[in-house]
Ligand binder design. Structure first.
Ligand code: GLN
Length: 285
C-alpha cells in the first residue's frame, strides 16, 4: 500500500478522536520509528509503496491509538527537553510543565559559584528530571530515588542511554533514613485528587500508572508533607526545594512549607498560565 493511502486510513480511523494535526504527527512519528522514514519521504514521495511487513507495525500502532493508548507507550519513547527517554507502563510520560521545572533549577544553579552541588530528585519515575539536570549541569552530582523498582530500572537505562551519571536508589519518602545532605531537592510527586480525574483524558487515566498521579484519600498534600519532613533532615540550611504542584492548591502548598519553616517561598506559573511550581528555601539554623 502507498504511504499516502495509509496516512488517509489513519485520518479516517482516528478523526475526530484526535485533531487532524495530532494525527499527522502520530503518523510521522510512526513511520520514523518503525520504518526509519523521515518527513522528506512523506512529502516528496507520498506514493512510496510499503511491503506487507512494513505496513504491519503501522496498523498495529493504529489499533492501539484507537484504544486511547498514548503514542509514547506505543513507540516506547518520549521526548523531554533534548533527551529521548524510554517509557513504559511503570512510569509517567514526562510532561512539558516538568521541562519548565527543570529550567528553573538550571537557571538558578548555572549562576552558582559553588562546585559539586548535590541534587536529589524524589520520585524520579522515568528519570526525566534527574537525567536532564545531570546532563545540563556539569557542576552537579545528581541522586534520584523512587519506590517503584520497575521505574528505577527504566530510569537507570535512560541515564545510560543518555550517557549521564545519576545515583539511583530505591527508597520511600515516608521512611527516609539518610545521613546525606543535599543543596537542592526537586520533586514532581503525585498530586491529582480523585475529583480532578474527570478532567483528565482517557489516555492518561487508562494507561499511565495511577500511583504516579493520584493521591489516596483526596489528600493532595500527602507527599508534600513527607517531602517537607525529608527536606528538614537532608536539605542543607539555605538549600532550595523545587516542586511541581497541584494548580488548585498552590496557596495551601505554599502555606504548608511556611509552616515547616521554609522561607522565600515563591510560586511560578507554567506555560498554560497555572500556578504549577513552588520554590522554597530552608531557613538557616
Ligand atoms: N501534571 C500531571 C498531569 O496533569 C500530573 C503529574 C503529577 O501528578 N505529578 O497529568
Amino acid at each position: 500500500m502507498q504511504l499516502r493511502a495509509i496516512k488517509d486510513i489513519f485520518h479516517k480511523e482516528l478523526f475526530p478522536q484526535y485533531p487532524k494535526g495530532e494525527i499527522d504527527s502520530f503518523f510521522s512519528l510512526c513511520i520514523e520509528h518503525f520504518l526509519g522514514l523521515g518527513q522528506f519521504t512523506l512529502v516528496m514521495q507520498p506514493g512510496y509503496t510499503l511491503t506487507h511487513e512494513e505496513e504491519t507495525p503501522l496498523f498495529q500502532a493504529l489499533s492501539r491509538l484507537k484504544t486511547n493508548e498514548p503514542i509514547q507507550y506505543i513507540l516506547g519513547k518520549a521526548y523531554f527537553r533534548d533527551l529521548i527517554l524510554s517509557v513504559n507502563e511503570h512510569t509517567l510520560i514526562p510532561r512539558p510543565e516538568t521541562e519548565e521545572l527543570v529550567q528553573w533549577v538550571i537557571d538558578d544553579v548555572r549562576h552558582a559559584t559553588v562546585n559539586d552541588i548535590k541534587i536529589l530528585d524524589i520520585g524520579t519515575g522515568s528519570g526525566c528530571i534527574a537525567i536532564a539536570l545531570a546532563k545540563e549541569l556539569s557542576n552537579a552530582q545528581v541522586f534520584a530515588l523512587d519506590i517503584a523498582p520497575g521505574a528505577l530500572e527504566l530510569a537507570q537505562q535512560n541515564a545510560q542511554e543518555n550517557k549521564v551519571k545519576v545515583n539511583f536508589m530505591e527508597a520511600d519518602v515516608f521512611h527516609m533514613k539518610w545521613d546525606m545532605e543535599f543543596d537542592i531537592i526537586v520533586s514532581n510527586p503525585p498530586y491529582v485528587r480523585e475529583m480532578e480525574k474527570v478532567q483528565m483524558h482517557e489516555n492518561v487515566t487508562s494507561y499511565e500508572p495511577g500511583t504516579a498521579l493520584f493521591v489516596p484519600d483526596n489528600d493532595a498534600l500527602r507527599y508534600y508533607r513527607a517531602i517537607a519532613e525529608c527536606a528538614q533532615k537532608c536539605l542543607r540550611p539555605d538549600g532550595l526545594l523545587y516542586l511541581e504542584i497541584n494548580q488548585y492548591l498552590s496557596t495551601e502548598t505554599k502555606t504548608l512549607f511556611e509552616a515547616h519553616l521554609f522561607q522565600e517561598n515563591r510560586l511560578k506559573k507554567d506555560i498554560f498560565g497555572n500556578y504549577r511550581f513552588l520554590r522554597c528555601k530552608k531557613i538557616a539554623e
